[in-house]
Ligand binder design. Structure first.
Ligand code: F0G
Length: 459
């Protein structure tokens, strides 16, 4: 018998969870204005809102916390991190930031100006926010097959190279700030980008003289998928694959809260000293001096170790297999999911789950509310609410897909938790026809509204 996948760690410390009653949850979600971000964590039983900053650090990472160097300038923790980043990514220069969006803010202060066009595969919402905040435009060139929820293409995170070429061709060079490649492609369902696609982007970028930036939040999971799915990589290590991925970029932004398994932190990697120098000025203004940039020394130490732990094959195998286990259980119950199953999360197709609720009533948000009511499970809407309004017309943008994301924190939950979630979602699926109406917005912020939106339940 082939031995099954198994976590390459054991548990040294546990945190208690409390189950609540349906009546309690009904009251709490009403008080939260049907926005799951407004719930207190004690009101949640299994928290799949995000895999960002929610992972469990290892004993080695906690040990390194105690030896953090909190010097303002030139801390040993900074040099530990610099060495790890150079080793894992190949980038010679780096700036620490307090998280991923801060890295975007600093880097885009140099690369993006009003009127620019920033093409890429689907930009994450903070990335798009930082582009639109500068009155520039993010152009999504993701392959069309990504919108076909049932298609099982192995690399649905790719950009359509013809489309990207067309955008580059039609835009004056001075308006091309950079190309952003997000690995894995979170917005399109945690889908990976192939090495061939990154290579293709590099050659287009060279032709038009545009820098390529990799939004690297889940670069290790992307490398795992390349190893499992792309010809010629099955015998390469995750770190070799990651190094090759980064070799096609001029720089990277990183939310360390994902694949580097820390609770806070980010950074920017650069190949070019001049770009690094320009960005350093903004880092000092927005984040902190160049050798800490919004991070404590202890956190830089933990991050340096997390970059290695997050790029171990056995760890990634158990992580991605756990996510797949959750997806397979739901698939067996007939629940419409995005395929192939993603790296960090399962994406449920709310449009098919609740076909009778129109996009104007936010079916994905309605479904996320229902999963909470059923089992105390917190998930995230990736649909019309998150798609936000067009910055010019202020009309709602209706995305091709209404998705609910169940993101799995790293090294936190057991397979029993996954089975519980699958059972709760299946229960909601069985009674889906009883959910008649969606939600209406009572209040929203002018940008990135999904974090703070207030809603009413329609009846
Ligand atoms: N890029 C990607 C692809 C992300 O998924 C995120 C965050 C960021 C950038 C921003 O990083 O949160 O450290 O500032 N994604 C989280 C999520 C919030 O839930 O997917 P950050």
């Amino acid at each position: 018998m082939t031995l099954p996948y198994c976590e390459p760690f054991k548990i040294k410390m546990v945190e208690s969870l409390r189950k609540s009653t349906h009546a309690e949850r009904e009251e709490w979600i009403r008080q939260a204005s049907y926005n799951l971000f407004n719930l207190r964590s004690e009101q949640v039983f299994i928290d799949l809102l995000t895999d960002s900053g929610t992972g469990a650090m290892s004993d080695k990472q906690w040990g390194a916390i105690m030896t953090g160097d909190e010097s303002y300038a030139g801390a040993s923790s900074y040099y530990n991190l610099k060495e790890a980043i150079r080793d894992i990514t190949g980038f010679e220069y780096f700036l620490p930031t307090h998280q991923g969006r801060a890295a975007e803010n600093v880097l885009f202060s140099v690369l993006v100006k009003e009127g620019d066009i920033i093409p890429g595969n689907s930009h994450f919402d903070t990335t798009k926010g930082h582009i639109e905040f500068r009155k520039a435009t993010a152009v999504d060139c993701t392959v069309a097959v990504a919108r076909d929820i049932k298609a099982t293409d192995p690399f649905k995170g790719n950009v359509d190279l013809d489309l990207l070429g067309k955008v580059l061709d039609e835009t004056p060079r001075q308006k091309l700030g950079c190309i952003v490649m997000t690995v894995t492609n979170n917005t399109s369902g945690g889908q990976p980008v192939s090495m061939a696609n990154l290579r293709g982007v590099r050659s287009l970028a060279d032709r038009y003289g545009v820098p390529v930036i990799i939004d690297s939040a889940r670069f290790a999971e992307n490398a795992y998928f390349i190893r499992m799915r792309e010809e010629g990589y099955s015998h390469k290590s995750i770190r070799e694959i990651a190094r090759e991925m980064f070799s096609y970029a001029d720089g990277m932004t990183m939310s360390s809260k994902k694949d580097a398994i820390v609770n806070i932190g980010g950074f920017i990697g650069f190949r070019d000293k001049e770009l690094f120098r320009k960005a350093s000025t903004f880092n000092i203004m927005f984040e902190g001096f160049v050798t800490y940039g919004g991070m404590a020394g202890r956190d830089m130490n933990a991050l340096a170790i997390g970059l290695y732990e997050g790029t171990e094959f056995e760890y990634l195998e158990s992580r991605i297999s756990q996510v797949a286990r959750l997806g397979e259980k739901m698939r067996a119950a007939g629940i419409p999911l995005q395929l192939p199953l993603g790296g960090h999360a399962i994406f449920i197709d709310a449009g098919t789950f609740l076909p009778h609720i129109p996009a104007e009533e936010f079916p994905a948000q309605r479904l996320a509310v229902e999963f909470y009511l059923e089992g105390g499970i917190r998930s995230a809407e990736i649909g019309t609410i998150m798609a936000d309004r067009d910055p010019v017309t202020r009309e709602n943008r209706y995305p091709d897909l209404e998705l609910v994301r169940l993101a799995v924190p790293r090294r936190v939950y057991t397979d029993n938790h996954m089975d519980y979630v699958a059972a709760a979602v299946s229960n909601v699926f069985e009674r889906r026809n009883e959910i008649r109406r969606g939600l209406a917005i009572r209040w929203e912020a002018p940008i990135m509204r999904h974090f703070t939106v207030e809603l009413d339940l329609l009846s």
